[in-house]
Design a protein around this ligand. Structure first.
Ligand code: ZN
Length: 131
């Protein structure tokens, strides 16, 4: 699967985003190490802290299917010319499973930049802190 294939799945997921407050319309496509892909979209709520990001929605779908190892995550912002990186909470959730996951951050015109999660979340808090 190419980066563009994964991005196209994130774009498709963004079409179901419920984002009346931010209007960002985010979609995410998460590729597991076995090649399967799970998608998610933003689900906002009037009680803003009850909202869930597209990235975490995709992680929850993958975990619900028994997948815990991720290779790449494409995150698409339908209404932004910024390269939207995952928020801090999503970075932390991704780090639980795959600290080395690659992030493809896609803006509305389809251009994207790539980061390693570890670069965006240095010295991450992890399960190793419990050992
Ligand atoms: Zn987030």
């Amino acid at each position: 699967m190419t980066d563009r294939d994964l991005i196209n799945m994130a774009v498709e997921a963004s079409k179901n985003a419920y984002a009346p407050y931010s209007r960002l319309g985010m979609g995410a496509a998460l590729e597991c190490t076995d090649g399967t892909v799970y998608t998610g979209c933003t689900v906002e709520n009037a009680a803003l802290s009850s909202s869930i990001c597209a990235e975490r929605a995709a992680v929850c779908a993958a975990v619900a299917a028994g997948k815990h190892r991720f290779r790449r995550l494409a995150v698409y912002a339908a209404n932004s010319m910024s390269y939207c990186t995952p928020c801090g909470e999503c970075r932390q959730v991704l780090s639980e499973f795959s600290p080395e996951v690659e992030l493809l951050c896609v803006r509305s015109d389809g251009r994207y930049v790539s980061y390693k999660l570890r670069a965006l979340l240095p010295n991450m808090y992890s399960k190793e802190h419990f050992e």
